[in-house]
Design a protein around this ligand. Structure first.
Ligand code: SAH
Length: 377
């Protein structure tokens, strides 16, 4: 039983699961809270570090359990302070995590899957195909790794990560259970203690999962919209064919109704030159967004090799933003960060062992034609 593979990894367990684990071991419940704090507030990697637990119990735990976070392959720090980690998960694929400091905030962008099954036409993660869902330990492990990069974890010290966004690789709502477990740990007082406003889950619009989400958490919600109508969205975000904009917005309304505060949905809209950045798109988007309490985040397209898409000019971005503001939509433009370490949205490439064989099919000519189809709409 001392073999690593047979030990239970406690890192991704929710507080309830940890309680149950200690109950099974015939131990008191407060032990679970102690271990939770050691793992997530002090960054302990072994039971030996947990000094308020008896040696006997520590030895017993070491035989059956472990605290194991995924392996860091590389850490890069950009001139603007952005940090990026390449993280290897069991099975060999790699995912990426990015920390973006801005004033007194530091936002961590976390991955939830190795690759992605949704195949949005302008996203480099989608082009790599899909390998597997990350475990809860692999998701929460990214937060621990980021905090630890500043030195030993200290719950009394300054907060190194103030906000978390599930906007890295993967579609979080396609990995529902593990993502929810990790979110619960992010918000749990005995773990990371982040408020609901400081944790945001971004989805391309898996409608039934949005409804399930509001039953179990009140995390803030972002929607990757990218088009003002179904015709265009069907091409850019193929899951729209299953769950069109009207159904998606209805789910957003239901989600907001359940939050008992004045939070709104964040709408993400990646601007691509000649595709969705024209005056007519802006006007249509303005009308559409008046139907939902939301704020708009415009993301100028981040190029990657052979994407077939281009970033609009600064003038076009500003013109689009001005139309949105005139329409009364609270609009911001996401500044690109960490450019020299390829840490921007849609540039997270990781290293996915594609099980769908989609990456083999990805040749530039296919992509060009997607852009052509969109232009002809
Ligand atoms: N699957 C989830 C989480 C990924 S979030 C979702 O779709 O919301 C990553 C965000 O960056 C999404 O809004 C995505 O559409 C956007 N994005 C993807 N590729 C991009 C690119 N090349 N340039 C700019 N934004 C991109």
């Amino acid at each position: 039983m001392t073999d690593n593979t047979t030990k239970t990894n406690l890192l991704g367990m929710s507080p309830e699961q940890l309680d149950a684990f200690f109950a099974e071991q015939g131990e008191k419940r407060f032990r679970a809270t102690q271990v939770l704090k050691w793992m997530h507030q002090h960054g302990a990697d072994s039971f030996d570090e947990m000094t308020n637990i008896s040696k006997v119990l520590r030895d017993k735990l070491s035989k059956v359990a472990e605290v194991r976070e995924p392996e860091v392959v590389t850490q890069d720090i950009s001139k603007d302070g952005t940090r990026k980690w390449v993280i290897r998960i069991d099975g060999g694929s790699c995912v990426e995590t990015v920390l973006i400091p801005e004033g007194d905030r530091a936002t961590l962008c976390i991955s939830s899957q190795a690759g992605c099954s949704l195949d949005c036409s302008f996203c480099s993660t989608g082009k790599q195909g899909f390998n597997r869902n990350l475990s809860a330990a692999e998701i929460i492990g990214q937060l621990r790794i980021a905090i630890k990069s500043f030195g030993p974890m200290d719950p009394a010290g300054p907060r190194r990560v103030t906000n978390v966004v599930l906007m890295g690789m993967g579609e979080p709502l396609m990995n529902f259970d593990n993502v929810v477990k990790a979110i619960i740990l992010m918000m749990e007082d005995n773990a990371y203690g982040l408020s609901t406003r400081r944790v945001t889950l971004s989805t391309a619009g898996v409608v039934p999962a949005i409804d399930k989400l509001r039953e179990v958490t009140d995390v803030s919600l972002a929607i990757s919209l990218h088009a003002p109508n179904d015709e265009l969205r069907d091409v850019l975000v193929p899951i729209n064919k299953r769950y069109p904009i009207k159904e998606l917005f209805a789910a957003c309304h239901r989600y907001l109704e359940d939050l008992n505060d004045r939070r709104v949905i964040t709408i993400e809209y990646t601007l691509m030159s000649g595709i969705n950045d024209q005056v007519v798109h802006a006007k249509e988007l303005g009308k559409l967004l008046k139907t939902l309490p939301c704020k708009l985040n415009l993301i100028p397209f981040n190029p990657f090799p052979n994407s077939g898409y281009e970033r609009p000019s600064e003038a076009a971005i500003k013109a689009f933003k001005d139309i949105m503001l005139k329409a009364g939509v609270l609009t911001t433009v996401r500044r690109t960060r960490g450019d020299e370490i390829d840490a921007a949205c849609g540039q997270l490439v990781g290293q996915v062992e594609d099980k769908t064989r989609r990456s083999q099919k990805y040749i530039p000519v296919v992509q060009e034609s997607t852009a052509e189809v969109v232009k002809s709409l």
